[in-house]
Ligand binder design. Structure first.
Ligand SMILES: [Cu+2]
Length: 544
């Protein structure tokens, strides 16, 4: 066991950053990230205190700077290294929280289990983004605060309200401000008015993860799927690249990170590849283009992640003169070496505790609980399994590559399994619905007009979920112009493309699709501020 002596690091030049740095060592064992909803009340309070302390210490805003700095952002979004850039970012953030004092030394970022929350939204147990997401309510909600915009690291952000509940009462919007010069609130939109997005549904996430055949495609599929849908639905700060200013960001990205970890586990296995093999494997690293014709990411490419107020005088996070050096110095900064979470070097290795629907994806991969892979029975229905937005109203693909699915691995050990999810009534309803629809689709005559594709049943289920969202959960719309501009998005959300296509030229295969859904999921659910059946894990953690 290494020593856990505390050091003191001060950045005198700024006069702002001065906090104890705990050695980021192995005293806590392997890091295990858990669903926020599975934390105890004390663990939830501890994490929120760490967020507050990181804001007070002046570290928090530096992470917002790195997400917006031009050269860094070029490697972070709309690019094949999206997953690994954010993995490095999260590890540095987690190390920073761990450094804030002995009580925080074993903390991990809790993930936002969006498939589970979507299941609850589907069954009507909750309805709005806020009522479905305990961490939003625990971190200030979205309706109490003051009316003002905030210039976060040089960019003015508005919203329905500037939320003042903890931990946002400690938020400071620029490195050069402190104490009473800080906003002490964070803009959010009214999340009691926003339904939970369909792109986080089990069937949709399944398609996003298992239709792609290599890392760049999987990364893009998740980035353009549930990742963007959640950012866009939350809007305000979360709808911009200043989004790390909202603590929800870290839990959202921990979930994205978990999903891409499931992709690797199901394709190549976790802990199976040497560093040399990681650098040349379709599921871990393939050379892929940078944005704006600036070259290629190659196996030896290192991450660009720089802090500096409003982008001025940027310093690489792991450079010895960086105020964040202590948090990044031990994390491998070569993209290819970040590909497998359980073999990342030094103290950075980590894993996830999983259960419920995301546990099914993690443990069974593209095999449903009955043991048969959904894709084995594809009778040829849709042509766009690999990318729901790629083809619209055409007669299928002419390539046969997409019809071949790599074998799934039975190796489950790398994840920790939490069986307390097993009897969750909402997850069970989704599973029962998946089984019923699978059987109904298999009874239909083969659709000879289209090429067979893997996961055809689940692709059809995603189409049903998108239509259900459109007709029963507040509608499916294109992204706002502001969001498109902020995130550089050019395509509509996959659900929008799907719904338009169903309405224009390709109806759902089951004529009684809506009745089939309503056996499990009520259509008319009014948006509400609180869930209708709060379970025991929804104990409010109160204000500090
Ligand atoms: Cu990002």
């Amino acid at each position: 066991m290494k020593s856990s002596v505390l050091g003191l690091v001060c950045v005198f030049a700024l006069g702002l950053l001065c906090a104890p740095i705990a050695e980021v060592d192995g005293a806590c064992g392997q890091r295990v990230r858990k669903s926020y909803d599975r934390l105890t009340v004390d663990e939830k309070r501890l994490y929120r205190r760490a967020l507050q302390k990181s804001m007070d210490a002046g570290y928090y805003i530096k992470f917002v700077e790195m997400h917006t700095e031009k050269m860094s952002e070029m490697e972070a979004h709309r690019v094949c290294m999206f997953t690994y850039w954010h993995r490095y970012f999260l590890l540095g953030f987690e190390n920073m929280l761990r450094s804030l004092g002995p009580e925080f030394k074993c903390i991990t970022v809790p993930y936002w289990d969006q498939i589970q929350q979507n299941a609850r939204a589907m069954t009507g147990a909750c309805s709005s983004m806020e009522s479905c997401t305990p961490m939003i309510r625990d971190w200030g909600g979205s309706t109490k605060g003051v009316y003002k915009n905030v210039v976060i690291n040089g960019v003015e952000i508005g919203g329905s309200i500037c939320v003042t509940g903890s931990p946002l009462d400690r938020f400071c919007e620029a490195s050069s401000r402190k104490d009473n010069g800080c906003a002490k609130c964070l803009p959010r939109d009214n999340l009691q008015q926003q339904p939970f997005p369909a792109m986080a549904n089990y069937a949709s996430v399944y398609r996003q993860l298992f239709a792609p055949q290599n890392l760049p495609d999987a990364s893009e599929s998740v980035e353009e799927g549930m990742h963007n849908a959640i950012h866009a639905t939350l809007g305000s700060t979360m709808g911009t690249f200043q989004s790390p200013a909202d603590p929800i960001f870290w839990s959202h990205h921990a979930y994205v990170d978990l999903l891409l970890t499931i992709f690797l586990k199901c394709r190549a296995g976790l802990g199976k590849l040497s560093d040399a093999q990681k650098a040349n494997n379709p599921y871990t690293f393939v050379s892929c283009p940078k944005r704006e014709n600036t070259g290629m990411f190659i196996a030896s490419s290192k991450i660009t992640m720089r802090n500096g107020e409003s982008g001025a005088n940027p310093i690489q996070a792991n450079a010895p003169n960086s105020p964040l050096y202590a948090f990044f110095k031990d994390i491998p900064d070569q993209y290819a070496l970040l590909s497998d979470i359980i073999t990342i070097g030094g103290s950075s290795r980590y894993t996830y505790q999983v259960g419920g629907l995301v546990g099914q994806l993690a443990l069974n991969c593209d095999k449903p609980p009955s043991g048969r892979r959904l894709g084995e029975y594809s009778s040829g229905t849709q042509g766009e399994a690999a990318n729901a937005t790629r083809v619209r109203c055409e007669s299928g693909l002419n390539s046969d590559d997409d019809a071949k699915s790599p074998p799934s691995s039975p190796e489950n050990a790398p994840f920790q399994v939490d069986s307390s999810y097993d009897n969750d009534v909402h997850a069970k309803k989704v599973t029962a619905w998946v089984h019923e629809v699978t059987e109904l689709l298999r009874k239909l005559p083969e659709d000879k007009s289209r090429e067979p594709v893997p996961h055809a049943e689940v692709v059809e289920m995603e189409r049903m979920v998108c239509m259900f969202q459109d007709q029963c959960r507040g509608g499916v719309a294109d992204y706002s112009d502001e969001f498109k501009k902020a995130f550089g998005v050019t395509k509509p959300p996959p659900c929008k493309t799907i719904v338009d296509e169903i309405n224009e030229c390709r109806p759902l295969r089951l004529s009684k699709w809506k009745e089939t859904m309503e056996k499990y999921f009520p259509c008319n659910v009014a948006l509400a501020a609180a869930p209708t059946d709060p379970d025991t894990n929804e104990t409010p953690i109160g204000d500090l």
